[in-house]
Design a protein around this ligand. Sequence first.
Ligand code: NDP
Length: 423
Amino acid sequence: MAGEEKDGKIPRTTEFEFMGPIGSVLMLVSLPLTVYYLYFACQPESCSMFDLPKVTFDLSDFLDRDAVLIFIGWMLFQTLLYLAPIGTETEGVVLRNGTRLIYKINAFYVVIVSFAMFGLGVYYDYPLHVLYDKYLQLATTAIIFSYLLSLYLYIKAAMGPPSAIAPRGNSGYFVYDFFMGHELNPRIGKFDLKYFCELRPGLIGWALLNFGMVLKIYERGEQPTAAILLVCFFQAVYVVDALWHEKSILTTMDIVHDGFGFMLVFGDLAWVPFTYSLQARYLVDHPVHLSNLAVAAIIGLKLAGFMIFRGSNSQKDAFRRNPNDPALKHLKSIPTQAGSRLLVSGWWGMVRHPNYLGDILMAISWSLPCGFNSILPWFYPLYFIVLLIHREWRDSHECKKKYGQDWDHYCSLVKYRIVPYVY
Ligand code: NDP
C-alpha cells in the first residue's frame, strides 16, 4: 500500500501477498481441492496420504438436494439468530475515516441455542448422522456457496463507494482482489457479512459436524471411544470460548485489515468446518483406544495450551481496551511513536505471539487422540503451524510498518517469535 487516500479514495495495493495474482489463482483452485483430497484420502477402508480410493465423478456423489437444503437452512437459521433482538452492541476499532462501526454481540447465546436445537434433534431421533453421510455433498455446497458469495462481494465492492475498499485488496487485478477481499467491511444495512461469517456458521457448524460423527457411531450400534469424545469436547470448548470472547475478534487482523473475499469466505464457511472436523471423521471409522495415562496427558496438554492461548489473548485485549486497567499494573510496557504501548512482560514478554503457541499446543492435543497410524488426522496441526508462522510474519511486517524503530526495540527485548528459545 502506498500513499495517502484523497477524497476518500483508497490507494492501490502495491505490495502483494500470497505471491500476488498468480498465487491467488493457485489458492482458488488448490484450497477446495485440498478439502476434496482430505475427504477421498481418508475413507473407512483406508486413511492414507498415498492410497487414494477411486474417485467417482457422478455429480450426485458430490452434490444433492438434501445437502443444499441443510446448508441453506443452517445459514438462514444463523442469520435469524444473529438478527434476533438479544444481546448487546459494541463499537469496532476506529476506521481510516475516523468513524467506528457498531457490532452486535450475541454469539454466545447463538451457540447455546444452536447446541440446544441439535440436542432436541437427537432427543427426537432426527437422523443427524446425515452430517457424516452427506459430508461430501455438504462440503461441495459450502465450496460453491463460497465462490458465489465472494463474487457477490466483489461486485458489491466495485459498485460501492471507493472509501469502503480494503487497502489490501485494491490492486486492480480482479483475481487478486477477489481472493484478498475488495471491500473491508461489507454490510447489508446493519448486517455485517464478514463479522457474521467469521465466528458463527462455520465455527458452530464445525462443532456440530463433530457431534454428527459421534451420532454415526451410535447409528451403527457401536459406542464412541474416549478418543473421539475428547476431540469433540476439546473442539467444542474452543468454539464456545471463541464465541464467549466474540468482542476480541474486533481487534484481529481479519476484521481490522483484511477485506472480505474468497480467502476469508472460504476459510470461514468451507475450510474450517470441513478440514478441522477430520480428526472426528477419522475416528468414526478408525477407532483408537487410549490408555488412562494417555487420556490424562492429552487433557494436560490441552489445558496448558488453553491457559496460554486464553491468558495471552485476554491480556492483550484488556491492555488494548484500557492500558491503565489497575488489573494490569504489574505489567511492563514500552511507549511508541505510533501512540499505543507494547507489552514487554507477562505473556507478551515471553514470546511475540504467545497466543499462537497456545493455539499450536491445543492443535496437537486434538490430533494425539487419533494416534500415529495415519498422518492425515495430523493435517490440522501441521497446516496450522505453517499458517501461524506465515501469519506471524505478516503481522510482524505490519507492526514494523506501524511502529518503525520502536518495533525493533520491542523485538530486541522479546527475542523469540512463537516458541521460547526455539523460534
Ligand atoms: P493477534 O491477536 O496476535 O494480534 C496481533 C496484534 O497485536 C499486532 O498487530 C499488534 O497490533 C498487537 N500486538 C503485538 N504485540 C503486542 C504487544 N507486545 N503488546 C500489545 N499489543 C501487541 O492476531 P491474530 O488475529 O493473528 O490472532 C488472534 C488469535 O486467533 C490467536 O490466538 C490465533 O492463534 C487465533 N487464530 C486462529 C485461527 C484458526 O484457524 N484456528 C486462524 C488465525 C488466528 P496493535 O499494536 O496495532 O494493536
